[in-house]
Write a protein that binds this ligand. Structure first.
Ligand SMILES: N[C@@H](CCC(=O)N[C@@H](CS)C(=O)NCC(=O)O)C(=O)O
Length: 251
């Protein structure tokens, strides 16, 4: 088995990711909406490659995704989304951003960041953590598989509360910020849309259900396995899925 190099591409943004990671999915979604060419490097999360010395030299937090482009290294999906949505145009042209998924106005940027922050706190330690404990056997929110019963209980409370907050906001708004699809929607969508992997039916919050469908309808939207097949881990299809991912990445 060969180990592909973690060396970044000389010109393209290099994304260190795993396709079944919700935080990586956010970046893949944006790249697809804006037709951004990425050099993708698979990090074998099930084999804990995210904790290997070679990867920790790139991202000392040991989480994915990370992105390297020129002189920049970003270790969090929120920073990656801001950078890509701000640097590329809607047609995937480098250097003539911001795209419509971001803004050049500081007040509008802050409206978007408000939701990025909600995603990194409420959603990450709510819906995302429940999903991971139930489907992947651990919190995997930066602490690997470690969790206790109270981690799950607290995550459920946060999950329901954050869906309520989203639902209330979406009663009057079609999108989370600026009356148009932005990285605010992408950041919150990824884990919410996969919530059935944690036995949370987001569509019970009707405005959330309609918003998820709206996001799915944006040009260039791509799906993820957790959305289409929320039982794939619990029904034993995980090993086969992960084997194919490694094969496709030439590992
Ligand atoms: N705030 C980070 C969270 C990233 C994160 O939690 N990534 C998960 C995969 S989706 C991870 O790398 N977990 C590894 C672990 O817990 O050891 C971001 O949005 O990039």
């Amino acid at each position: 088995m060969s180990t592909p190099s973690l060396t970044p591409h000389t010109t393209l943004p290099t994304l260190y990711h795993h396709p079944e990671s919700a935080a990586s999915y956010k970046v893949l979604l944006l790249a697809s909406h804006l037709s951004i060419p990425l050099h993708r490097v698979l990090i074998d999360l099930p084999a804990d490659q995210n904790k290997s010395p070679a990867y920790l030299a790139i991202n000392p937090r040991g989480s994915i995704p990370a992105l390297i482009h020129g002189k920049h290294t970003f270790n969090d999906s929120a920073a990656i989304l801001c950078y890509l949505a701000g640097s590329y145009s809607d047609k995937g042209k480098w250097g003539i951003g911001p795209s419509s998924y971001w803004s050049g106005d500081a007040g509008e940027q802050a409206e978007i960041v408000d939701w990025l922050s909600f995603s990194s706190s409420w959603i990450q330690f709510g819906v995302f953590t429940v999903t991971n404990i139930i489907s992947f056997g651990g919190a995997r929110n930066g602490v690997g598989t470690y969790h206790t019963e109270s981690t799950l209980e607290e995550a459920k409370i946060r999950a329901y509360k954050s869906l309520e907050i989203l639902d209330k906001h979406l009663e009057k708004e079609k999108w989370l910020a600026l009356n148009r699809p932005t990285i605010a929607d992408i950041a919150c969508f990824a884990s919410v849309a996969c919530a059935r992997m944690g036995d949370i039916d987001y569509a019970k919050w009707e405005n959330v259900g309609r918003w998820v469908d709206r996001v799915k309808g944006i040009e260039g939207w791509v799906t993820s396995r957790g959305i289409e097949d929320p039982m794939y881990m619990r029904e034993g299809r995980g090993p086969e899925v992960f084997r194919k991912i490694l094969e496709e990445a030439g590992k």
